[in-house]
Design a protein around this ligand. Structure first.
Ligand code: NDP
Ligand code: PYC
Length: 344
C-alpha cells in the first residue's frame, strides 16, 4: 500500500489548517490539532486523525461552537478552578485552566480543574501528561454518551467513561494509564466495523441483549463494562463525580442532547492534581524514589508499564515521522480542500 511520511510539525500544520478552513477559531483549532496529532504520533489511532471527520460532523450539525472562546469562571485562592468551554471543545478550555490548576495544587497539595459545557472526544492522557510535566500526580475522568449497559443490564446507560492517572517520574516518561471503563473504547468498535473485522467475544450485546461479535450490531446494541460489576461501578462513579457533582450532563443526558452516537458528546470533565511532595511531607522517604522502587519491581518481572507502547511509538515518530496510508492522506486533502462540504 502507498504510504506518505510526514514530520509531526507538518501533520500538525495540516490538521490545524483543516480546522481553520472549517471555520473553527484559532484558539480551538490549535488546541484540537495538538491532541489529534499527539494521538496519531503515539499510535492511539482510535483518537488520532480518524476523529477529525467526527469533529467536523459535530460542527456541521450545530452541536458544538467553532467560534467559542473558553473562559475562566473561578481561579481564586481555593482548590477548585473552573473553566467553561462555552459550547466549544474541551481542549482549549483545559489549556486555559491548566496553569491555575498547577498553581493551586502546588500551593494547597490538592486541586481540581472542572471543565464545563464542552464537547469532548479526545484521549485523556495528553491532559494527564500536561499535569505530570509539572511534577504533580493527575487523575482525569469524564462521561461520554449512553452506550454501555451496567453489569447485569442490557440497555445502554453509562458512557464509555474514560479514567486516566499519571505519576511524575523525574527524568523519565511518567507512569500513565488511560482507559475506557467499557471493555474497549467505542472508537475501536467503529474501526473494526470499517475494517470488516469481527469483535472479540465479550465486548458487546446486540439490541436484544444477546452477545455479539458483529461491530454494527454492537454499535446498535450496548457495549459492556470492563471487569463486570467493577467497571460498571467505576463508570457510575465517573457519572456522579464528572457529571452530577460538577453540574454537567451525565451520559444519558448527553445522548439526549446529541440525539445520536455518531457525533462527539457535550458534557463536562474533572481533572485532579495532587502534589506527592506535599502529601508525603514529614513522612519517611522521598515519594519519587519510593515510586521508582515499586515501578522497577513491576518491569523487573517482565511486566510492561501502561503507556510503554505509546512512548515507544512516540520515540519512533519523533525520529522517523508519522506514516499515513493513501486513504488517510486523501481524507486530509479532501477536508482541507472542501471544508465542511467534504464531510459525509
Ligand atoms: P486500551 O485498552 O487500549 O489501553 C488502556 C491502557 O492500558 C493504556 O494506558 C495502555 O497502555 C495500557 N495497556 C494496554 N495493554 C497493556 C499491558 N499488556 N500491560 C500494561 N498496560 C497495558 O484503552 P481503551 O481502549 O480502553 O481506551 C483507549 C483510549 O480511548 C483512551 O486514551 C481513552 O481516554 C479514550 N477514550 C476516550 C473517551 C472520551 O469520552 N473522550 C471515551 C472512552 C475512551 P498503551 O497505550 O501503552 O498500550
Ligand atoms: O472511543 O468511546 C470512545 C469515545 C466516546 C467519546 C469519545 N471517545
Amino acid at each position: 500500500m502507498t504510504t506518505t511520511t510526514l514530520s509531526i510539525a507538518d501533520l500538525h500544520q495540516r490538521v490545524e489548517a483543516i480546522f481553520c478552513r472549517a471555520g473553527i477559531n484559532d484558539v480551538q483549532s490549535a488546541a484540537l490539532a495538538r491532541v489529534i496529532v499527539a494521538g496519531e504520533r503515539d499510535a492511539c489511532t482510535s483518537h488520532g486523525i480518524y476523529r477529525i471527520e467526527g469533529i467536523l460532523r459535530t460542527l456541521k450539525a450545530g452541536k458544538v461552537r467553532g467560534d467559542a472562546q473558553p473562559t475562566l469562571e473561578e481561579a481564586g485562592k481555593g482548590a477548585i478552578v473552573k473553566a467553561n468551554a462555552q459550547g466549544g471543545f474541551s481542549s482549549a478550555a483545559f489549556e486555559l485552566g491548566l496553569p491555575h490548576l498547577v498553581d493551586r495544587a502546588r500551593t494547597l497539595g490538592l486541586a481540581a480543574l472542572v471543565v464545563n459545557d464542552c464537547t469532548h472526544f479526545s484521549a485523556l492522557w495528553p491532559e494527564v501528561e500536561a499535569v505530570t510535566d509539572h511534577g504533580l500526580a493527575a487523575l482525569v475522568m469524564c462521561p461520554s454518551y449512553a452506550s454501555v449497559a451496567p453489569a447485569g443490564g442490557i440497555r445502554p446507560l453509562l458512557g464509555t467513561n474514560p479514567l486516566a492517572f499519571g505519576w511524575p517520574r523525574p527524568g523519565r516518561d511518567p507512569y500513565v494509564f488511560d482507559f475506557a471503563t467499557s471493555v474497549t473504547a467505542r472508537g475501536e468498535i467503529e474501526l473494526h466495523r470499517r475494517a470488516g473485522k469481527a469483535l472479540p467475544d465479550g465486548w458487546a450485546v446486540d439490541s436484544s441483549g444477546a452477545p455479539t461479535t458483529d461491530p454494527a450490531a454492537a454499535l446498535a446494541g450496548a457495549m459492556l463494562p470492563f471487569g463486570g460489576h467493577k467497571g460498571s461501578a467505576i463508570g457510575t462513579m465517573i457519572e456522579l463525580l464528572a457529571g452530577v457533582m460538577i453540574g454537567d450532563l451525565t451520559s444519558p443526558e448527553a445522548l439526549d442532547f446529541l440525539g445520536t452516537t455518531t457525533l462527539a458528546p457535550r458534557h463536562g470533565e474533572l481533572i485532579l492534581a495532587l502534589s506527592p511532595e506535599k502529601f508525603a511531607a514529614g513522612r519517611p522517604g522521598d515519594p519519587f524514589a519510593r515510586a521508582e522502587t515499586l515501578l522497577q519491581k513491576i518491569t523487573g518481572q517482565g511486566a510492561r508499564l501502561p503507556s510503554a507502547r505509546r512512548f515507544a511509538a512516540r520515540a519512533r515518530c519523533e525520529a522517523d515521522g508519522i506514516t499515513l496510508s493513501a486513504p488517510e492522506i486523501a481524507l486530509l486533502d479532501r477536508l482541507l480542500d472542501l471544508g465542511l462540504d467534504g464531510v459525509a
